[in-house]
Design a protein around this ligand. Structure first.
Ligand SMILES: Nc1nc2c(c(=O)[nH]1)N[C@H]1C(S)=C(S)[C@@H](COP(=O)(O)OP(=O)(O)OC[C@H]3O[C@@H](n4cnc5c(=O)[nH]c(N)nc54)[C@H](O)[C@@H]3O)O[C@H]1N2
Ligand SMILES: Nc1nc2c(c(=O)[nH]1)N[C@H]1C(S)=C(S)[C@@H](COP(=O)(O)OP(=O)(O)OC[C@H]3O[C@@H](n4cnc5c(=O)[nH]c(N)nc54)[C@H](O)[C@@H]3O)O[C@H]1N2
Ligand code: SF4
Ligand SMILES: [Mo]
Length: 868
């Protein structure tokens, strides 16, 4: 049999938007390779993209519509949704209903949802998780350029001499962009990272400024002032293309001298000077920014502070020079194009009367939203206050990802009618749904996405739709039709929606908006099928003409907001973000054993001084509390944190852990312009948590819910699940989790150790290892026993017969290479660089995501050798 042709599609995860060649190898099996012809990645993929194949199984999928806990037909479910939305609108008006959607919808899905809410229901109460993600960048672009356009492309990365990464852990969150940055640095470009934490991105930088959180405006205003004094301002550019408010420079001068800025940002003046000098000296600068900038109560000002510097130095619209806000989700940009935020109308148009008229004419719609709708945080507040009678959540998990998620859960519980479209059967948000609709997942759906640099790519189906799952656009248009709008929603395929979207983008545009897809509709369905990745907008603003009425960009005066000192009850601050190998609420990446290897548990990172003062130990448990809520994490004591600052990951949920619930902690304060929550800075405290026992359970399959104890975290492993646990009191309750089967056990009452294994037909079905005072054995060998045809006689010893070196925590997930193996190779073979490690062990030679970690291990090991 010849193997089938690879299908060209796009990665399911981040906004880098890497092209993939997927070769279907079986009913739900696929081989994934980077697409060498895709302009975003030229064949490369990071760890998440590489292991997409591990997440396409059907375990845990929602495959039928559900009304309450009962399976229902599509017809019944759709009729119910249409009726409840129609009734709410009839009784309480259009603003009594809302959609909460996602940058993980395809453009076609997004377009239909936006059209239904804004043009037919007649409200703008459609907001998206992009509100939590890049709405500050949208607001900053709009203030500076008159339109939300990212004036950069990946080609600029290959032409820059200086990269400034602000609030961006690029090595983990945009790994392929990062690899392009590194490649350019290897050719001589310099890298400056601005992040309170010493991330892996920061570790590899020429200069890392671990600034005080929230001090980015001071830093950037100081930079602009420095450029002014150093003669690095491009006065000709300003004169020709930028409107500068009268007192702009006078205001800027206040407090923007090097010493004042160093004090506010809490960094050494010499480092600050180095950054400013590097910047002034390198006209080809790309400043990449993401959540450290956006997710702040001054996120919009922070964005404008960056853009101001680029405009004033003329570093925009030229190769290798740009402020580059990188998008998080695969289709965050597509959502902005269709106008799926509550604060935009459609196709880069706002709610000005002429825009409303134009869009209404184009849609031939009965009504059109009059004004911006509720932004995410306000939306959930309105739900909590009973003002929203029906809510439809699509492709996002707000019970986990919204700030003050406990209050969001209360709101969802109180909402009279909640619809959730998701691909998974059980999500934290789905628990609150009256109706759950099974959506087609990545690999099943067809449509387009737009990445960070405005490149539109096709996502293509690899598998037939499983069960009764349906694409999101189909679900929305069916509800629209049942609400009475048959003709405007008579779509049979995504290509038809795409063509309408393209037509709207050019409809009476006349160059007023950069966003236009003039040729997008040509060529019919076959052109859509064969669409190649292509970028819209060319090199925006290359001619110095912006989307404002006078065609000039704006310098926006911004001042550093006063930063709060420690509060009596909340002496620390909490920062939150991402791990390299998990995606958001883990509904897909959580299925992959390989991806679990990088960071198995949710950690709270804390500085050694704080840990010592509070009695927190590395690997012990600690409770993080804020005025909004509290949750337990495993402590990781590290000087990569600044003293007084904590960091926790966003990924763990009620499905996967009893603790690690970061979403409960952030305060719901938002930026006044964008409405984006300040996820990165919340007053907090931390205290150690004592546990009488620690344990782990390995089972084939999984448990229905996390074990009820102080701490339990789920880890995906081959052929089953690992639960790490800790608790106080009765461990016999935990033993009840063991399945039936032949039981072997070893008990050492003196050390409080219990080891129990359950065998079925000579094979291991489950193992529980508990200790009160001792050590637990490494998990890895035991995990492998789940797949062994026969258990080893040393099973309860937790190790193979005969001594075997422990290879340590897995660093390279592609080739399964452990820390100890790497350290030994560096020592024994005297390896001196990351490439040599690759040659010796293969580590880092596939996706390359672990190369920053390898560099650090190399440095540490060689340093130890020097220190003896
Ligand atoms: N592995 C992985 N990759 C992802 C995702 C994922 O879930 N997992 N999600 C995707 C999505 S949707 C997004 S939005 C992106 C996010 O990508 P990033 O923005 O890179 O990720 P974060 O970890 O949220 O935050 C970035 C950094 O901001 C820093 N920071 C905090 N406060 C400040 C501050 O005041 N000033 C400055 N300068 N920095 C600060 C944090 O310490 C953190 O290291 O990642 C995308 N890629
Ligand atoms: N504390 C804190 N909170 C944060 C952040 C932070 O840095 N700190 N970051 C914020 C940011 S930037 C983001 S983007 C959000 C992300 O937060 P969420 O959007 O809530 O996270 P996801 O897990 O990506 O949720 C996507 C859901 O859609 C489902 N899904 C996947 N594909 C499809 C599909 O094709 N159709 C449908 N209908 N469903 C699908 C998945 O199973 C999952 O349940 O989190 C935000 N929350
Ligand atoms: S960088 Fe990784 S997660 Fe992002 S699109 Fe590329 S392969 Fe996917
Ligand atoms: Mo995001």
């Amino acid at each position: 049999m010849t193997s089938p042709e690879p299908i060209r599609t796009t990665c399911a995860y981040c906004g880098v938007g890497c092209g993939i060649r997927a070769t279907v190898a079986g009913p739900r099996e696929v081989r994934i390779e980077g697409d060498p012809d895709h302009p975003a990645n030229h064949g490369r993929l990071c760890s998440k993209g590489t292991h997409l194949g591990e997440t396409v199984g059907l375990e845990g999928r929602l495959l039928h519509p559900m009304i309450g806990m009962k399976r229902a037909s599509w017809d019944k479910a759709l009729n119910l949704v249409a009726k409840r939305f129609r009734d709410a609108v009839a009784q309480h008006g259009p603003n009594s209903v809302a959609f909460y959607v996602s940058g993980q919808l395809l453009t076609e899905d997004y377009y239909v949802a936006n059209k239904l809410m804004k043009g037919f229901i007649g409200s703008a109460n459609i907001d998206t998780n992009s509100r939590l993600c890049m709405s500050s960048a949208v607001a900053a672009h709009t203030r500076a350029f008159g339109e939300d356009v990212v004036p950069a492309s990946y080609d600029d990365l290959d032409a820059a001499d200086l990269f400034v990464l602000v609030g961006s852990n690029t090595a983990w969150c945009h790994p392929i962009v990062y690899q392009r940055v590194r490649a350019r640095c290897e050719a001589g470009a310099k890298l400056v990272v601005i992040d309170p934490r010493r991330t892996e991105t920061a570790e590899e930088a020429d200069l890392h400024l671990p600034i005080r959180p929230g001090s980015d405006v001071a830093l950037m205003n100081g930079l602009l002032q420095w450029c002014r004094e150093a003669g690095a301002i491009d006065q000709d550019y300003l004169d020709a293309h930028v409107a500068v408010p009268n007192d702009f420079w006078d205001k800027l001068g206040e407090g923007s001298d090097l010493w004042s800025v160093a004090r506010v940002c809490d960094v050494p003046p010499s480092d600050l000077r180095r950054f400013y000098e590097l910047f002034a000296a390198n006209p080809r600068t790309v400043t990449l920014f993401s959540q450290g900038v956006n997710q702040s109560i001054s996120g919009t000002d922070q964005g404008n502070a960056i853009i101001n510097v680029h405009l004033a130095t003329g570093r925009i619209g030229k190769p290798g020079a740009a402020p580059f806000s990188i998008t998080g989700q695969p289709n965050a940009m597509g959502g902005r194009e269709v106008g799926g935020l509550a604060s935009t109308l459609a196709a880069h148009m706002d709610f000005a009367p002429e825009n409303r008229e134009r869009v209404q004419r184009f849609w031939a719609s009965p009504s059109i939203a009059e004004k911006p709708g509720l932004k995410a945080v306000d939306l959930f507040r309105a739900i909590d206050e009973g003002r929203i009678k029906a809510l439809w959540v699509m492709a996002t998990n707000p019970a986990v990802s919204m700030p003050d998620a406990g209050r969001v859960r209360d709101a969802l519980a109180a909402c009279p009618f909640v619809v959730v479209s998701d691909v998974m059967e059980r999500t934290d948000t789905g628990e609150f749904a009256h109706v759950r609709l099974p959506a087609a997942a990545w690999g099943e759906k067809d449509g387009t996405v737009t990445n960070s640099d405005r490149t539109i790519s096709r996502q293509r189906a690899l598998f037939p739709l499983p069960g009764e799952a349906k694409p999101d656009w189909w679900i929305v248009k069916e509800v629209a039709r049942r609400m009475g709008w048959k003709t405007p929603f008579a779509y049979d395929r995504p290509a038809e929606i795409w063509r309408e979207h393209c037509r709207l983008s050019t409809y009476q545009n006349d160059g007023a908006r950069v966003f236009a897809l003039p040729n997008g509709g040509a060529g019919g369905n076959s052109a859509y099928e064969t669409m190649e990745p292509h970028r819209w907008g060319g090199m925006p603003f290359a001619d110095g003409r912006y989307s404002t009425p006078d065609r000039r960009a704006r310098l926006v005066p911004v001042t550093q907001r006063p930063l709060q000192g420690p509060l009596a009850d909340w002496p620390m601050t909490l920062n939150t973000g991402r791990y390299r190998d998990q995606w958001h609420t883990m509904t897909r990446t959580g299925l992959s054993p390989k991806l679990a290897r990088h960071r198995e548990e949710p950690l709270v990172e804390v500085h050694p001084d704080d840990a010592a003062a509070l009695g927190i130990t590395d690997g012990g448990l600690a409770r993080v509390a804020t005025p909004q809520g509290e949750s337990i994490f495993r402590a990781s004591v590290t000087d990569a944190q600044r003293p007084g600052e904590l960091f926790t990951p966003i990924h763990w949920t009620d499905r996967t852990s009893t603790g690690g619930r970061t979403g409960l902690l952030p305060r719901p304060l938002t930026d006044p312009f964008s409405g984006q929550p300040g996820f990165k800075l919340t007053p907090a405290r931390i205290e150690p948590v004592a546990a009488e026992w620690r344990a782990f359970l390995i089972v084939t399959g999984d448990l229905p819910a996390p074990p009820k104890c102080l701490w339990a975290t789920r880890v995906a492993i081959p052929a089953g699940t690992l639960w790490e646990m800790a608790g106080n009191g009765d461990i016999l309750r935990i033993e009840k989790l063991l399945p039936a089967g032949e039981r072997v056990e070893a008990v050492d009452p003196a050390r409080g150790t219990r080891r129990v294994a359950i065998l079925r037909e000579g094979r291991l079905a489950a193992a529980l290892f508990v200790t009160r005072t001792g050590e637990l054995p490494p998990r890895e060998w035991l995990i492998a026993q789940l797949s062994a045809p026969q258990v080893a006689p040393t099973l309860l010893a937790g190790r193979a017969p005969g001594a075997q070196p422990d290879r340590g925590a897995v660093i390279c997930v592609c080739f399964d290479v452990g820390l100890n193996t790497i350290v030994a190779a560096i020592r024994d073979q005297q390896l001196t660089d990351v490439t040599a490690i690759g040659a010796a062990l293969q580590a880092g030679t596939n996706c390359g995501s672990c190369r920053p970690a390898l560099a650090r291990i190399l440095a540490d090991t060689r340093q130890e050798a020097v220190n003896g």
